[in-house]
Design a protein around this ligand. Structure first.
Ligand code: FEO
Ligand code: CA
Ligand code: CA
Length: 707
């Protein structure tokens, strides 16, 4: 007799689509219902443009003359970091090159031969035939050596400060000495969903303070040693070695660097020198640097503050430009961090919000290091940051401001990268992001008159054009008329408005390909494009009411990563390939996978393929990870590699530098309106309730991923 397996009956959760396929629950917890608020960029931003552009043009010739040769990526990247005390204890004396930064090209042919998985709504991780997947670490798992076991019914802030945080987003995997069977995982914990974390959550005003403190502690980052399983591509958090592990959270001390250090705009009652903010919030994407650190973007930080109505009137416009409500004390669904720490009430501490919205740099090799917030990289809703070295050794960092009609940025360091793992080299490299030039992108078009908002391809067969990186700060000098350097860096969005930057469809990950130096930006979507009173389509953002997003490719002029001019095109306009308003670089659309809402991107160790994760698939199926060749006859051949469980978003993606493993973060599984901890829409990964976690996938036969 067959015994029917007892199965938890899940209620039918309807897709309450608000924008893309995002549930209103995600909108509330992740970005504080950003879409309910007016688009913060109301600027008519052409005014100062011409003045600044003239200045740019006169400098361009000088720079061009100084730029010689092709990009020598990977040159000098070997030996990125010195051993830490924790690693020295393990016998690790140095570090293998960060192969994913360029040293392994040529070792991997980059052939993509896997059979695409079908779009689906299953409550599990789906990978292609011939692959397996497993959880690396999940919410609540021990991070530090003194962490207690996770108990959903006995959570505490003390425990959460030692356990893996909630809603992992960015995933970076760094070498662990020369031991190829170990690695260091750095993951971001972007936001919390208290309804899915606690058996009863009454909301911010009524929540017990301990619940608020747990949520605060569940934000931030984790640094976790990994161990390879049985010489396969599978990795797991190392339960035998937690000495170098670290949790960074809202109570962690940070240090500001750069030109805005000590600015009045950064000073608070608790920090009269404007030097040491505490904590990091809403860390979304990020990047591993060629010098062995991790960058992390503070994104929708605005939602954590209350009291915007009580700030001095002069401060309100800038706060509003960052999406902070200045009309009332707080929204009914605010998390009320201010009930635990008064600094989150802007009426009492009007500058505290200025201490968030930065790029954070963490040295994962030194668990005792003070993480940095780099003011030279500007303040906005940072999706992430990805660094590459210019041919002269300067660090170049690309960044996106994830908001409808906001901008893409680039930073070029003054200091040059020093190779090697000497103390001197390391000290130098850890200061690369303290000073440099910050730019914002302005685009020009080749077929402007032919763009009608339908997504129809212009007659030259390409959405393409040229662009300029407009400098807004050089060293400690503001290049924006009427703004001081600290104003430009703290209110960078206003500086972008002033110089006439191009309004994009939500720039998320902006990432240079270490093999080619070309830059790929995921423009997620923008359902406000072309609405009455809003900017209409342009050649780079070619669809009105853009639900599905596009991939944007930048080629710096003269092969010089530090160039102030570039060309660009849009190789992929996402959506259902049957929809005429999609484009896959001219590849046969009957063969490609549907893809919607690209969010984060990665490159594999061949440098030939782009891996794209999605957030909010507006085609009604689960989010996923896709791979697409960037050159050759298969450019544009998008194939779905993986899908995440029901209600989840695919974050992270990171391909190990040996090309044997793909890592993704499964963020907010089961985050569907109406779901609770006890009435879950997803029971991934353990069959009881939904828990975010990091997953790895590998080929069963041990060959390169993608084959
Ligand atoms: Fe946290 Fe822009 O996604
Ligand atoms: Ca064109
Ligand atoms: Ca994102």
């Amino acid at each position: 007799m067959t015994v029917p397996q007892r199965r938890r009956l899940l209620p039918l959760f309807t897709k309450d689509v608000r924008h893309a396929n995002r549930s209103s629950m995600t909108c509330r917890f992740r970005c504080g219902n950003a879409c309910d608020h007016p688009v913060p960029n109301e600027s008519d931003n052409e005014y100062f443009g011409d003045i600044v552009n003239e200045a740019v043009a006169s400098r361009r010739g000088v720079l061009r003359a100084g730029a010689v040769g092709a990009i020598a990526i990977g040159a000098g990247v070997a030996g990125v970091a010195g051993a830490t005390p924790a690693m020295a204890a393990e016998g690790a004396e140095g570090f293998e090159p960060l192969l994913a930064q360029g040293a392994s090209y040529g070792k991997h042919d980059g052939v993509l031969a896997f059979r695409a998985i079908p779009p689906n709504t299953l409550d599990k991780v789906i990978v292609p035939n011939g692959y397996d997947s497993a959880v690396v670490i999940e919410w609540g798992d021990k991070v530090t050596a003194d962490a207690p076991e996770f108990d959903i019914d006995d959570q505490s802030a003390w425990a959460q400060r030692r356990q893996f945080g909630y809603n992992n987003d960015f995933v970076g995997v760094l070498p662990y000495g020369r031991d190829r069977d170990r690695a260091i995982l750095v993951a971001n914990h972007e936001y919390t969903n208290e309804i899915l974390m606690f058996r009863s959550y009454l909301g911010g005003d009524a929540a017990p303070l301990e619940q608020i403190e747990i949520a605060m502690a569940a934000h931030g980052l984790s640094v976790v040693a990994l161990r390879r399983i049985d010489e396969t591509g599978q990795w797991r958090a190392d339960s035998r070695n937690r000495r170098g592990n670290r949790r960074i959270h809202v109570g962690t001390k940070f240090e500001f660097t750069g030109p805005a250090v000590g600015s009045a705009l950064l000073k608070t009652a608790a920090d009269s020198r404007g030097r040491n903010p505490y904590g990091t919030l809403n860390n979304c994407a990020g990047g591993v640097t060629p010098w062995g650190t991790v960058l992390s973007g503070e994104e929708n930080f605005n939602q954590y503050f209350t009291g915007g109505d009580g700030v001095p009137a002069a401060d309100k416009p800038a706060l509003a430009r960052y999406g902070i409500d200045t009309t009332k004390h707080h929204a009914a669904d605010n998390r009320r961090f201010d009930r635990v720490e008064a600094r989150f009430d802007l009426t009492k501490h009007p500058h505290e919000a200025n201490r968030f919205g930065w790029i954070v740099e963490v040295d994962p090799y030194d668990p005792h290091s003070t993480p940095k917030k780099h003011t030279a990289l500007g303040r906005f809703k940072h999706e992430g940051a990805n660094a590459i070295l210019a041919d002269d050794g300067r660090a170049v960092v690309y960044m996106g401001d994830d908001e409808r009609f906001d901008y893409m940025y680039k930073f070029v360091s003054d200091r040059r990268f020093k190779p090697g793992d000497s103390r001197k080299a390391r000290e130098n490299n850890l200061r690369l992001l303290e000073s440099g030039t910050l730019y914002v992108a302005k685009l020009e078009y080749t077929s402007a008159g032919e763009i009608d908002g339908s997504g129809r391809l212009p007659s030259d067969g390409q959405f393409n054009g040229t662009g300029r990186w407009i400098p807004i700060v050089r060293g400690s000098e503001s290049l924006v008329p009427g703004m001081t350097v600290d104003q430009v860096l703290v209110h960078t969005r206003l500086a972008g408005d002033a110089v006439g930057a191009t309004k994009m469809d939500r720039p998320e990950d902006v990432q240079p390909n270490p093999a080619t130096g070309k830059i790929y930006a995921a423009l997620t979507n923008n359902t406000d494009r072309g609405k009455p009173g809003k900017p209409g389509a342009d050649e780079a953002n070619p669809r009105n009411l853009n639900k599905h997003g596009q991939i944007f490719e930048i080629t710096e002029d003269n092969g010089n990563q530090a160039s102030e001019t570039f060309t660009w095109d849009v190789p992929i306009v996402c959506g259902d390939p049957a929809d005429p308003a999609t484009f896959f670089a001219g590849f046969d659309k009957t063969k490609v996978s549907p893809i919607s809402c690209p969010d984060n991107v990665a490159f594999d160790a061949s440098g030939k393929n782009l891996w794209i994760s999605t957030d909010g698939n507006a085609l009604g199926t689960n989010d996923g990870l896709f791979a697409v060749p960037l050159t050759g006859p298969e450019r544009g051949f998008v194939r779905q590699f993986l899908s995440v469980p029901f209600g989840a978003e695919t974050c992270g993606p990171f391909v190990h530098d040996d090309n044997k493993t793909v890592f993704v973060a499964v963020q907010h599984p089961g985050e569907v309106t109406g779901a609770t901890l006890d009435n879950p829409a997803s029971t991934w990964p353990n069959g009881d309730y939904a828990k975010p976690g990091v997953v790895c996938s590998w080929r069963l036969d041990g060959r390169d991923v993608g084959r």
